[in-house]
Design a protein around this ligand. Structure first.
Ligand code: ADP
Ligand code: MG
Length: 402
């Protein structure tokens, strides 16, 4: 993939005292008027601090939730402005308008080093339609455009596509922020130039959503380890009886084709943890994959599989992990996923490059207490999957080439 121009490529004169509009991903949970998880806000701090130190006039654009082009007070970004002010240790102005007169007035009175957050850009009907006039109105607010919203980079919306296009048309820079730069470095680095052996661990509920990822990864990795309910469909392709386990019947044939193509490159669990219902406090059994009792369902990988997967992870040069290997939300079925997180943490300490993508995978790492023990945890769920599929992300394609 072509390298994109980033913030550090711009001379300080292009930033100092200039209006720098940053598309951020502040799509955070808000409960009772307060931000309850500020991970995504913190992820943008390197970019925002860099701009502040260089006395830029910072204008922030984000979406929150899915207001579908209508104003909805429950999805206001105002609580986010307060959370950001605390994290930055400085004032953050907020205007309850996206691209109209009130926003234009708030932009006009900016001072160097100040921060202004505009209202939820998805209150505008033009945002999700990638409306060029909304893009142009926002471009009028900016001397420089920075995209640091990796989580929405797979969407061609006005703030991620029409806006940078309008900047380019005006001869103004449209560059990547440090968060996007980091995502491209680690996700892209894993794909293009991995330290070997390169091991991918895939899990989650369905193969249907991840077939393109499997296809894209197979030729690149040395080993593809498959766990989670996704493995069940492969088990069916091997003719195994899997009781009441989740399975995608219409994907069994495709799973068989993938198995034949991958030969020994694709590794399935050899044992599993089963129970009669996907609920806490059930009688659990650990069984070989050939011995799932009728009426039971597979809810986690078993200890022999965990050990085999962990060994491969720990002897890898690069590990890419997407998808929990069991129903980790229920502690009874979280042991496999926890063990994978621990193996990744040990691998990182030993010098392996470990990269995780996917919303539930990030949550599983938090659960295991190892979110900080990976080389990189991607902030983009859908965006990281599309990237791993080898697709071009519109929000990144729209930026200047380096
Ligand atoms: P990510 O968001 O990281 O891409 P997915 O959305 O693909 O991950 O999958 C996560 C979900 O898969 C979790 O909710 C998890 O409980 C579920 N899952 C994994 N293994 C099983 C299983 N054996 N049975 C049922 N659900 C499972
Ligand atoms: Mg998910």
């Amino acid at each position: 993939m072509k390298r994109k121009r980033n913030l550090a490529d711009l001379p300080d004169e292009a930033i100092a005292g200039r209006r720098v509009l940053v598309r951020v991903d502040f799509n955070v949970p808000v409960e009772g008027g307060r931000v309850s998880d500020d991970t995504r806000i913190r992820a943008t701090l390197p970019t925002l601090r860099y701009l502040k130190q260089r006395e830029a006039m910072i204008i922030l654009v984000s979406h929150l939730g899915r207001p579908k082009g209508h104003r909805d007070a429950s999805m206001s970004l105002e609580p986010v402005a307060r959370a950001l002010a605390t994290l930055l240790g400085s004032d953050v102005a907020f205007v309850d308008d996206v691209a109209g007169e009130a926003a234009a007035e708030a932009v006009a009175v900016r001072q160097p080093g100040s921060v202004l957050l505009l209202q939820n850009v998805r209150f505008e009907p033009g945002e999700e339609k990638n409306d060029s006039s909304l893009g142009e109105r926002l471009a009028d607010f900016a001397d420089v455009y920075v995209n640091d919203a990796f989580g929405t980079a797979h969407r061609a919306h006005a703030s991620t596509a029409a806006l940078p296009a309008a900047m380019r048309a005006n001869g103004r820079p449209a560059v990547a922020g440090f968060l996007i730069e980091k995502e491209l470095e680690f996700l892209g680095g894993a794909l293009d130039d991995p330290r070997r052996p390169f091991i991918a661990v895939l899990g989650g509920a369905k193969i249907s959503g991840k077939i393109d990822v499997i296809e894209a990864l197979l030729p690149r990795v040395d080993r593809l380890l498959v766990g989670g309910a996704m493995a069940n469909t492969f088990f069916r392709a091997l003719g195994l009886e899997i009781g009441e386990s989740l399975v995608e019947q219409d994907r069994v044939e495709m799973a068989g084709q993938l198995l034949r193509r991958a030969e020994s490159g694709l590794l399935l669990p050899v044992d599993c943890v089963v129970a009669q219902r996907a609920e806490p406090g059930q009688e659990q059994r650990t069984v070989a994959r050939e011995a799932v009792p009728p009426g039971f369902r597979i809810l986690d990988i078993g200890p022999a599989s965990t050990a085999a997967f962990s060994d491969l992870i720990e002897s890898a040069g690069t590990v890419l992990w997407n998808g929990p290997v069991g129903l980790f939300e229920i502690p009874d079925f979280a042991a496999g996923t926890r063990a994978i997180a621990e193996a990744c943490a040990r691998a990182t300490r030993a010098g392996t490059v470990t990269v995780a993508g996917g919303g539930d995978t990030a949550a599983a790492l938090e659960m295991a207490g190892h979110a900080d023990d990976m080389t990189h945890v991607s902030t983009g769920g859908g965006a990281s999957l599309e990237f791993l599929e080898g697709r071009e992300l519109p929000g990144i394609a729209a930026l200047d080439d380096a």
